[in-house]
Design a protein around this ligand. Structure first.
Ligand code: SF4
Length: 369
């Protein structure tokens, strides 16, 4: 199934719902959501995919946010995707409360329209843990496939046992992923690694603990059946680990044809994103079977050493080196949560950010569809 990851907007008060790394500190006001109030923008954005949808080509749009449940017209977008046989998946921190419009939409809508909901339990969620689990349970009762994502921050490893137990009681998969910063995952101690390994459920988690795969010999579907899109400027990148060159734009309905024999688009990067493997986009390392099991309920931890051996036996090399200018570069490894005061101060400092030069980079169709 072709898949596109869609970055919608910043919700930079703390951690990103996808990987939980500390964000850039650009605390932006909610006027950045305004363009999504116009359904013509959603129509324009989706027409790129509708033109490329047929019986053999159904798209999965992975909505990353910031927090996608804050997006106005999210229900409209999902319904429209579903009407032509495409689906959405959502990466959410569920830090939006039970009165949130998009959450209420999910509790009342056809679960077939949503392939899965990745509920990422951030450090802030400790303060509303019962509500977080209640919301996951309600989504699951409606028929949604919910996975509990846990970013294994070194200061949070003690929480894994209890959270895993709660997930098991609800028949939801507890899925831990490496914390990513300028130092991590390479800085994990042997004991940290041993503990995290007890909860392994798929190949992707192992790849991330080893800082990704070396890309020199990889073949993949990036740029064709895997895309990464910034909804604000419309730029299309081949995958979530390659940003050295845009290969198209959704608003101008353009996508470069992939060159025959094209390997990784960026020889300096690492193949790191779990989606690359879970959606079966990297040749030889298909993690979709494990991932499908996770979508359908609790999965008992697997033998980490056996899965690792399996990856190594296929001649993949782990990247295993420091990788700068990537996810989590701004993280402070000793901090889990920004204080309200820090958020306020950053907002004051950056309150005109969205209305200044930053906005000039947006596509005209995004601002006036
Ligand atoms: S990093 Fe992206 S382009 Fe490179 S091999 Fe992995 S999926 Fe393909």
């Amino acid at each position: 199934m072709p898949s596109a990851m869609v970055f919608l907007f910043d919700t930079c008060t703390s951690k990103c719902a996808y990987c939980g790394h500390a964000t850039s500190g650009k605390v932006l006001d909610n006027t950045q959501l305004t363009p999504y109030k116009d359904q013509r923008l959603i129509d324009k954005f989706l027409s790129f995919f509708e033109k490329r949808t047929d019986q053999n080509n159904r798209w999965l749009l992975m909505l990353l946010g910031g927090e996608p449940l804050l997006m106005p017209n999210l229900g409209y977008m999902i319904d429209r995707l579903h009407a032509v046989g495409n689906k959405a998946s959502l990466y959410t921190s569920l830090n939006i409360g039970e009165n949130n419009e998009a959450y209420k939409y999910l509790l009342a809508s056809d679960p077939d329209a949503v392939d899965y909901i990745m509920a990422s339990f951030h450090p802030e969620a400790d303060a509303f843990e019962d509500r977080f689990f209640h919301m996951m349970e309600a989504l699951k009762s409606q028929g949604h496939k919910v996975i509990f994502r846990f970013i294994a921050h070194p200061l949070r490893l003690h929480r894994m046992e209890a959270l895993h137990k709660r997930c098991k009681e609800l028949d939801i998969c507890f899925s831990p992923y490496a914390y990513c910063s300028a130092n991590y995952p390479l800085a994990y101690t042997k004991d940290d690694r041993h503990l995290i390994a007890q909860y392994t459920t798929n190949f992707s988690q192992i790849v991330q603990m080893e800082n990704g795969l070396a890309v020199d010999r990889l073949q993949c579907e990036a740029g064709e059946k895997l895309l990464y899109i910034n909804a604000r400027d419309g730029k299309i990148f081949p995958c979530p680990n390659v940003f050295n060159r845009a290969i198209g734009n959704v608003y101008s309905d353009h996508l470069e044809p992939k060159k025959k024999g094209q390997g990784c688009y960026d020889p300096t990067t690492r193949c790191f994103c779990d989606i690359n493997f879970q959606q079966s986009h990297v040749k030889g390392l298909d993690d979709s079977e494990h991932f499908n099991d996770e979508k359908h309920g609790y999965v008992a931890p697997k033998d980490n050493a056996a899965l690792r051996k399996e990856i190594e036996s296929r001649d993949f090399q782990f990247h295993n080196k420091v990788h700068r200018k990537s996810l989590g570069e701004n993280s402070d490894d000793d901090r889990l949560i920004l204080t309200k005061q820090e958020v306020r101060e950053t907002f004051e400092k950056n309150k005109d950010y969205y209305h200044g030069d930053f906005r000039k980079g947006f596509h005209k169709e995004f601002l006036e569809p």
